[in-house]
Write a protein that binds this ligand. Sequence first.
Ligand code: GTP
Length: 351
Amino acid sequence: MEEPLKGLILAGGFATRLRPLSCSKPKLLFPIVGTPLIDYMSDWLDRGNVGEVILAVNHLSDKLRMEVAARKMGDRMALSVEETPLGTGGPLRLAASMMPGREPVVVVNGDIVSDIDLNGLTRAHMVSGAEATIAVFSVGDARPFGLVTLDSRDQITGFEEKSPKAQGPGWINAGVYVLNHSVIGMIPEGRAVSLEREIFPVLANRMKLRGWRHNGFWYDIGKIKDYVATNMDLLKRGDQLLPDMRNDVSRAADVQQPSHVGGHCVIAREAKVGPYAILSPKVEVKSGSIIRDTILFEETTIDEDCCVEGAVIGEGTRIGRGTSIGKGSVIAGEVVIAEHSAVKPGSIVLN
Ligand code: GTP
């Protein structure tokens, strides 16, 4: 087996499109079918022969620091904290001294869920002579993404970021890269730099940027709609991303599949959970409540006789007895909703 490569997870964005859920939780800790994304990523990087990992952080960095410590990941993961946000390129320059040596570095966006074969990607990079290799993924509408144009030998000849002109199918930047140290040297120091807008187009012009086509699954959780779709899709696939812990589901509770009940959840008698209910660990659903087509973050409590449908509810929130939550609502973490409330469809409830 080859020496493990070093990795860097870009995890410092403000995640404005995931507000209000991201006001109290960094994207890397968002639950994906009940499992925080950081656990899933750690496992994926491990399988891809990525050893030490740097978390490039800014927004809510203390929460990430605490989670890394709580998971005893400190041997493998170190934090590089930005005083001001440095974009997607600046964090690499800032962390350069933490990545000595000449081996290429694996860089991933901290908001994707994918089974990209990192071993295949790094092998392809090593033999190609490129300075950077980008995993690319085929989508039906490339507009929200970075559109990549490839020639027949997978050399990237064009790179266009989030362009309205990109309507229709195309290969897009999947947010997973293998970069030579020379690329880190191209990044100006001390300011925010966009890899996608400032560095990749230059490499493409020099014919030093390659694409590596990924054919498995790939999701970007950057918007609430996409975050929900990712969870529901993975739930439907039925893959258990990571093993979960015990839970306590009353025999009289009605859990309709597909649903996911995380570790240490308590579901009371005569509660109806599912289909399409995703309960993160330590959720409590009390008697007579109905939870359908909904994602509950950890440690939420749904009191008796509530009806929650088509919603996302942040961590530690309590929904008081007899409340109904309308479809498409998003409720921030650590909120208390009073008894017998009626939350209208499409509401955003802030903390
Ligand atoms: P929005 O505000 O909703 O656009 O989200 P975002 O701030 O996360 O930006 P975007 O989705 O474009 O970011 C892609 C990846 O880069 C995510 O994993 C972000 O955490 C990360 N990222 C974005 N900006 C920064 C930054 O300034 N520093 C670091 N370390 N990571 C960043």
